[in-house]
Design a protein around this ligand. Structure first.
Ligand code: AGP
Length: 612
């Protein structure tokens, strides 16, 4: 979603801001802009489209613009279409203050109406412009930028991560946060603001995470933080742990392909130091202090969005079948508003790659408010969900840049498997059985590597089907969520309509769609319900549906029914989804490449959905 990068220091910040915006491109956006304080005035340059278009529009690439105070923004349109006018930064009434903003100002119409009565004229359809004018109006009263921002925010309803600069104050940046992440980057004689560490990590690794309701004032020499009511807050400087190489493409055509191929390593990272094979047990430091509550929980409620929700569905099978704990899975966006019956006997587990998804965060806060123990399975270290939960487990997949989530999903499944095994052992699973499962888990990274060693046949299947309009994905048991996730991947990046269904549900409706033009992807490993899925394959075959099947390497039945088979190594049933999804990620990727879509920045999508 929208991205923020800002700088105050000694250097010319123009290349730094543009590079920062490029690093934020993966979040999804439709326009970009920068504001620079130069010679006592503010220059604003903004453009619909990609950062590259902004660069050529302002001719900044040839070094004409220079400033040591500036800020940049990538906008993902909410209020008003994505055009040059609605792009950020936005001005106050006098064009002396500029604002960039992530989030939504819910009462912007009220603010606009009030200010219009005082003579303000608005030029854009955005909510942000209302905030910029409000800050300008407050500045008129106080003559102090930081106070003006605080006073304006006191009147605002909604969510924001903002940066503000003024032509009157060439030595100051003001930032604030409520519901939209803001990080301060601490340098030597220079300081940064960003919505995401990726934008600044090649300049500083020392960061400070703002909390909701905090305001920061940055100069070249330092920063201070306070609440909106001007109460000083104390912050701890933390170290960003990921490497620059992890947010670069490293020779791959797309981040998505790189991240698919990273999975043997990222799955292993999720287990490192946690899988105690000889004890048949699991050690998860982030859950030790809540173990009592986990073990006495009436039930576990998993809540998440999108791919993370699919991981939650697999988690439900793992928790109920391996650990024998009643588990429910809910869309976070529904959970947060339906007044859920949650109480202190429940454990609510939030799964989120980014740790910033607005619906997941709100669901977590709602559960916490009702007294439940809230835990997070999160990828981004230091993210809001990670910080606000009572405990949890990082998946350690490293930065995920591709908008279509891949490695985060298999890492989430890995961590869910670890938690299941840990709880199962605590609830009476024998050490011998634990060892069998732990040994099997340890083989998963190598099995993932085997799948990725030979992918030409998947590319060939993608070329064969690239022009079809619809796809059906079917699976049963823990592989039903794999079917959902395979269909989501295809929709997201190739824009082909795809639906995931439990294989046996097909005959209750979707079977009407099946004919020789309907490709059906089956996930059919040799597990306890293998024979049942074979019957579903027969039903599709009888109606001339074109079958692509993900099967185990030693399967010789499905090939008699399917037009194409993709083979994956065998594993224990509930660990199967970690492997079975990989060919479907590759299929979606190669379909998108064959269709010429922008894999890393698919239309309309944002990497991290920080608005409702
Ligand atoms: C996955 O490919 C998506 N881009 C999307 O569904 C994503 O999983 C969802 O928005 C949740 O994000 P989170 O894991 O960062 O909370």
């Amino acid at each position: 979603m929208c991205g923020i990068v800002a700088y105050i220091g000694q250097k010319n910040c123009v290349p730094l801001l543009l590079e920062g915006l490029r690093r934020l491109e993966y979040r999804g956006y439709d326009s970009a802009g920068i504001a620079l304080v130069q010679n006592g005035s503010i220059g604003v340059y903004k453009k619909a489209g990609k950062v590259a278009e902004l660069v050529s529009a302002i001719g900044a690439s040839n070094g004409e613009l220079k400033a040591s105070l500036g800020m940049g923004h990538t906008r993902w349109a909410t209020h008003g279409e994505p055009n040059d006018t609605n792009a950020h930064p936005h001005w106050d009434q006098k064009r002396e203050i500029a604002v960039i903003h992530n989030g939504i100002i819910e009462n912007y119409q009220v603010i606009k109406t009030k200010l219009a009565q005082e003579g303000h004229i608005f030029e854009t359809a955005t909510d942000t412009e209302a905030l910029a004018h409000l800050i300008g109006a407050m500045y008129e009263r106080t003559g102090n930028l930081c106070s003006a921002v605080r006073m304006a925010l006191a009147e605002v309803e909604g969510t924001y991560g903002i940066v503000v600069l003024s032509k009157h104050d060439p030595d100051r940046l003001v930032a604030a946060r409520k519901g939209s992440p803001i990080i301060l980057g601490v340098g030597d004689g220079e300081n940064f603001v960003a919505s995401d560490a990726a934008a600044i990590v090649d300049h500083t690794r020392q960061v400070v995470y703002l909390e909701d309701g905090e305001v920061a004032e940055l100069t070249r020499e330092g920063f201070r933080t306070m609440t909106i009511d001007d109460v000083k807050t104390d912050k701890v400087i933390q170290e960003v742990t990921f490497e620059l190489s992890q947010i670069e493409r490293g020779g791959y055509d797309h981040f998505m392909l790189k991240e698919i191929h990273e999975q043997p390593e990222t799955i292993k990272n999720g287990m490192r130091g946690r899988l105690l094979i000889e004890e048949g047990n699991i050690k998860l430091g982030g859950l030790q202090h809540v173990m009592g509550r986990l073990l006495s929980a009436r039930r576990i409620v998993i809540t998440a969005c999108g791919t993370s929700w699919h991981a939650g569905l697999v988690g439900e099978y793992m928790f109920e079948q391996i650990a024998k704990i009643p588990t429910e899975v809910e869309y976070a966006s529904e959970f947060r508003y339906r007044s859920p019956l949650v109480n202190i006997d429940d454990v609510v587990l939030v799964i989120s790659q980014s740790g910033e998804t607005a619906d997941s965060l709100a669901a977590m806060r709602e559960a916490k408010r009702k007294g439940a123990t809230v835990l997070g399975i999160v990828n981004v270290v230091g993210s809001t969900i990670a910080r606000e939960s009572d405990g949890g487990v990082y998946v350690h997949a490293g930065p995920e840049i591709g908008v279509a989530s891949t490695k985060a999903f298999t890492s989430q499944l890995t961590v869910l498997a670890l938690i299941s095994l840990m709880l199962a052992r605590q609830r009476g699973m024998t050490k011998e059985d634990g060892i069998v499962l732990a040994r099997e888990l340890a083989t998963i990274p190598d099995k993932a590597r085997q799948i990725l060693e030979n992918t030409e046949h998947i590319e060939a299947i993608a070329r064969e089907f690239k022009d079809v309009k619809n796809f059906l994905y079917l699976g049963r048991g823990a592989n039903f969520p794999v079917a959902l996730e395979g269909a989501l991947k295809l929709k997201e990046i190739s824009y082909i309509h795809a639906e995931g269904y439990p294989a046996a549900e097909m005959k209750h409706g979707p079977i009407a769609l099946i004919d020789e033009n309907m490709p059906v992807v089956f996930v059919v490993p040799k597990d306890a319900i293998y024979e049942k899925v074979l019957s579903n394959l027969q039903e599709v075959r009888a109606r001339r549906g074109r079958i692509i099947a993900v099967v185990n390497e030693d399967d010789h039945e499905v090939e008699k029914l399917a037009e194409f088979v993709i083979r994956v190594p065998r594993t224990y049933g509930f660990f199967g989804p970690i492997l079975n999804i990989i060919p479907l990620q590759l299929l979606a990727y190669h379909m998108a490449v064959a269709r010429g879509t922008d894999v890393d920045q698919p239309r309309n999508l944002a990497k991290s959905v920080t608005v409702e």
